[in-house]
Design a protein. Sequence first.
Lengths: 235, 300
Amino acid sequence: MSIEETRSDFHLLMDEVKSDLLRMGAHVAEGISAVTVALLAGDIDAAAAIGTADDELDLLSIEAEEKCVRMLALQQPVAVDLRTILTDLRMISEIERSGDLVSNISKAIGRLRGVELEPRLRGLLDRMCEQAVRLTTLAIDAYADRDAGLASALGDLDDRLDELHNDFLDTVFASRGDRILTTQQAVQLAVIGRFYERIGDHAVNVGERVQYLVTGVLPEHTGATRARARREESS
Amino acid sequence: MVETNNLNESAREEKKTTISLSPTISSMATRGDESTADPSAAEVIFDVEKLDAFYGDFKALSNVSLQVYKSQVTAFIGPSGCGKSTFLRCFNRMNDLIEGARVEGTIKYRGADLYDEEVDPVEVRRRIGMVFQKPNPFPKSIFENVAYGPRLSGLKKSKLAETVEKSLRRSALWDEVKDRLSASAYGLSGGQQQRLCIARAIAVQPDVVLMDEPCSALDPIATARIEELITELKSEYTIVIVTHNMQQAARMSDQTAFFSVALDSHGSRTGELVEFDKTETIFTNPNDSRTEAYITGRVG
């Protein structure tokens, strides 16, 4: 039987949302790189411009969400169409949240007041940036290619970012101990490190949604399994 | 259009002797006491194995195997010409009434072979009722429409009114017609007529109700009423429904079978069962790409 498209307007709109998400993902990945450059250069003006760019991401996310709502209300999506729209909705908030984190880093740059960062901290920030960009890009690639294997590998990649984050914190506190940083600067840097680490978590969440999109199975969370076991025990 | 209770008469001509289907059928278990959640735990009402259906030389349906479970709604969906209505009619031997129609393979109803030559089709159709696409009340009063079947089955006159009321209540029509039972059924709206046909079908206390696109001639409100009614009735009856409306199958049924048209080894078109699963699975994560293509509108 030949495949013939009978709901082309609907499926075109679905493709449009997919493009919106790819654009949003690229926006975030570029934002991570740009904010890191500004951070390392202590460039407060560049940091402010990144904050403004987040408004653009918010607009894209609202437009994409409105398209999803329209499809749910008007098209009664089922099967892969339903899973795609549910995935899109969840991904919009994950990517939008990553954009907010980029924006938070840009705001923290101002609060660092142009501190000269020591080489080890600069190296760790550079590598955290690289890893966060990689995770974000791969998560979006997994979505674009419907690649459940790649999506499931994001958790392991995120472990690397977590290690870098731990190293970064240790280095920040050591620098504070050596009085290279003020308490305020140390706190701001610790918070910035946390923002990079959270961007990685959002990429992992995107990967979980992509796995659902491809397999139809909601990702099994360890906590949920434990709670279910407890519920069954008590009943 | 063949009408439910006329069948009793036409079928009587086919076969004069009445033979019970099987002892298990005569002593039917209490209805409505089973969970619908897990089909594997539910009792099998129909067990179809390798069924082929023919109209003369034309093979309308090829190699269908599935189970229909007790107190569940099983929906058949698929494009026109996929054999889903033919399949539905196999369940109460309605196809016997069509010249040249025959089946190969087996349909077991509560363990008994439905097409065994000892089986009386009249008894089959009493236990397995049918509701059609277009409401088809008899040109009689509302009361007589419902009383017709029970009277034919020998119900005492004194019990008739009670049975009519009970059936009309179950089909959610009683409150609308209780003051005009002697009025013609033709005065009812389309949706009411269809609920009357459902009342007529359940008045003879069937085990199974087959429905062939029961809402396709009705407006959305009447459709919603019938759907609600079907959901209520499933605790007492096993329901099998053919529908062109996929959302309807998704809303109402517990199990869904997707049929499609395939070319057989001689290049002729024949209906086949593509996928049969829990309705939730079919509409969220179907196993077969043909099912997915059909329900998402990617196949013409």
